[in-house]
Design a protein around this ligand. Structure first.
Ligand code: NAI
Length: 351
């Protein structure tokens, strides 16, 4: 029997980068049982809902999954998920609903510069721990007539402590040297103030790992000017969302930024930082590396450290030696060319 991993193919470039990712993961020599999970259009087709409870249950059962990006409509903003006990979850987007229905609470996004590719940002090496259950993405918003809208920025002690604890544990387990909290506690003194004070409370219990904090605007400046200031970052949902796209842009492409959604009981859904990129979908030119590296992250979490390292090392070699690069990195390779080049490198290294 193989290793069971759920697969959400997603929309836009999703199916293309999923095929590439599964190709590379299979080149580790591990045997996988890929379990398709119907979400988005597939969920609607099969069960009449973009996030069917059947799929939520399946993800809870398999515990580990690879999820490609999903298209989310602008302006629609409400998804209702009815539970067996009659309760209803209301979410602002499909991605937010997946995370919250499953209790996934932190999205680690390790973003690293690549020699020969990332120019001035070759040394950028930042791991962003994005809180993914609260903040302005809680879905607590409403119109005031047609002349204004109000949106609540939610911060709870539980979520702020939980993400900070995860960050210090992550830093320790991954040999990282510093944890920084990103906030705007001078202007949002209660919500971000609480986030920062919870961070400081957790930092005080982890004196072996140095910590500090920065305002989010200054963080964007430092990320662009001297990214070596950062090692592990803990941020509320929106700041983490924005800073990880910024870091991806600095190292060369959104197609280089992996991630995962982590929850309790070993639940983990590997997912690239980027979206469904409808502007390049169907052309076979999407960069699959962010999802491939997310797959490596998943392997490491599952205890397959050697295989995770194989995928990461081969990816770095293919990129630094410019063996296969998609157009976002200035090359003309296809999505599958990149996957095949990485798989080839993995096999060469095994010899
Ligand atoms: P996006 O991340 O899809 O694209 C932004 C830009 O980066 C585009 O020019 C795109 O071509 C490029 N890009 C992204 N990934 C790439 C890759 N792997 N290779 C090469 N180029 C890549 O963001 P956008 O355009 O704001 O959103 C498009 C759709 O994706 C929306 O419906 C949005 O809601 C959804 N989305 C889904 C996410 C998810 O499922 N986790 C996350 C972010 C957005």
């Amino acid at each position: 029997m193989g290793i069971t991993v759920g697969v959400v193919k997603g929309n836009g470039i999703g199916p293309e980068i999923t095929e590439a990712t599964l190709h590379v993961l299979e080149a580790t020599g591990l045997s996988f049982d890929w379990v398709p999970v119907a979400i988005g259009d597939e969920g609607v087709k099969k069960y009449g809902h973009p996030l069917p409870q059947e799929s939520v249950k399946l993800l809870r059962e398999v515990k580990r999954a690879i999820k490609a990006p999903l298209l989310v409509d602008k302006f629609k903003g409400r998804l209702y998920c009815e539970h067996e006990d009659g309760s209803v979850g209301v979410y602002p987007s499909l991605n937010n609903a997946i995370r919250r229905e499953l209790g996934l609470y932190v999205c680690p996004r390790p973003i690293k510069g690549i020699p020969g590719i990332s120019g001035n940002y070759e040394k950028l090496d930042v791991h962003i721990m994005r809180e993914i259950t609260e903040d302005v993405y809680s879905g607590i918003e409403h119109m005031i007539g047609d002349y204004a809208a109000e949106c609540t920025k939610l911060t709870t002690r539980l979520a702020a402590i939980r993400v900070a604890e995860y960050a210090f544990q992550y830093a320790r387990q991954n040999g990282r040297k510093r944890v920084s909290c990103v906030h705007k506690a001078n202007a949002v003194s209660m919500a971000d103030g609480l986030f920062l004070s919870c961070f400081r409370e957790v930092a005080a219990k982890n004196p072996d790992i140095p910590s500090d904090d920065f305002m989010v605007d200054a963080s964007a400046y430092f990320m662009a000017k001297c990214p070596e200031k950062f090692d592990v970052i803990v941020a509320a949902n929106q700041y983490g969302d924005i800073l990880s796209d910024l870091a991806a842009g600095l190292v060369g492409s959104l197609g280089l930024a992996p991630g995962a959604n982590v929850g309790p009981d070993g639940l983990i859904i590997a997912e690239a930082s980027h979206g469904a990129a409808p502007d390049i979908a169907g052309k076979g030119i999407a960069n699959p590396i962010a999802l491939i590296l997310s797959g490596a992250l998943l392997l490491r979490e599952m205890g397959y450290r050697k295989e995770a390292g194989q995928v990461e090392d081969a990816t770095m070699r293919v990129l630094s030696w410019k063996k296969a690069m998609t157009p976002d990195l200035g090359g003309n390779a296809s999505t599958m060319d990149v996957a095949r080049a990485i798989a080839h490198e993995m096999r060469q290294a095994e010899r």
